[in-house]
Design a binder for this molecule. Structure first.
Ligand code: AMP
Length: 219
């Protein structure tokens, strides 16, 4: 099973992806995580991407597509991939089709998680992440056992610098203008399924499992 997760920032893509990889043989590829890793390492690509990420703007298509292509092409073909945060523009969606045709691992599903603005703002401003383990928490909805500390790695949780209300509104504008049209792109290909991103990811998991089982029957 190869899929993309689509939806506005704060729709719960990362959290759902984390739950799905625990149950299915999937490799989670998040371009946001890949970019943050490049920025942390101070690579040329990371330095170029930094100013866009900090402002909540999109990193240029070419940069992010190259990063994604490298990751997908070097990933094990035994596992399905689950892309989170890519594609974000129509051009990226078209490039993705080319990359996947080349390696003959086409997309089976595009899962669209829609969510309301109220839920998005509350989720993002309360989000805390563990930089090393990648675990994602929420101060109210999904708190760690010990405040400010990751349950898995014991490291200190941080708030992403782009998770403030002003940047979230900017990211939302960018999403509506650039990313929402992709939903139609996948709908016209007949691989789009829509789920309610306002629901907690744990409640969505059984729905996703049903969708996966249906898809497995078709493959
Ligand atoms: P995310 O972790 O998916 O919320 O991404 C964080 C930030 O990384 C975004 O606000 C963008 O600045 C950048 N980014 C991540 N994925 C992409 C992409 N596919 N295209 C352009 N920019 C991206």
């Amino acid at each position: 099973m190869n899929l993309v997760l689509l939806g506005p920032p704060g729709a719960g893509k990362g959290t759902l992806a984390g739950l799905l990889v625990e149950q299915h043989d999937l490799l989670h590829i998040s371009t946001g995580d890949l970019l943050r890793e490049e920025m942390k390492n101070g690579s040329e690509l990371g330095l170029e991407a930094k100013s866009y990420v900090e402002k909540g703007e999109l990193v240029p298509d070419l940069l992010v597509t190259q990063l994604l292509a490298k990751k997908v092409k070097t990933s094990s073909p035994d596992k399905g991939y689950m892309l989170d945060g890519f594609p974000r523009t129509k051009a990226q969606a078209e490039s993705l089709d080319e990359i996947l045709n080349e390696i003959q691992r086409p997309l089976d599903l595009a899962v669209y998680m829609d969510a309301t603005m109220e839920v998005i703002i509350s989720r993002i401003t309360g989000r805390r992440v563990a930089p090393k383990s990648g675990k994602v928490y929420h101060i109210v909805n999904r708190p760690p056992k010990q405040e400010g500390i990751c349950d898995v790695s014991g490291e200190e949780l941080i708030q992403r610098p782009d998770d403030n209300e002003e940047t979230v509104r900017r990211r939302m504008d960018v999403y509506l203008k650039n990313t929402l049209p992709i939903v139609e792109y996948y709908e016209s290909k007949g691989i789009l399924v829509k789920v309610d991103g306002d629901k907690d990811s744990e409640k969505l998991l059984p729905e996703l499992n049903d969708i996966f089982n249906e898809q497995a029957k078709l493959n």
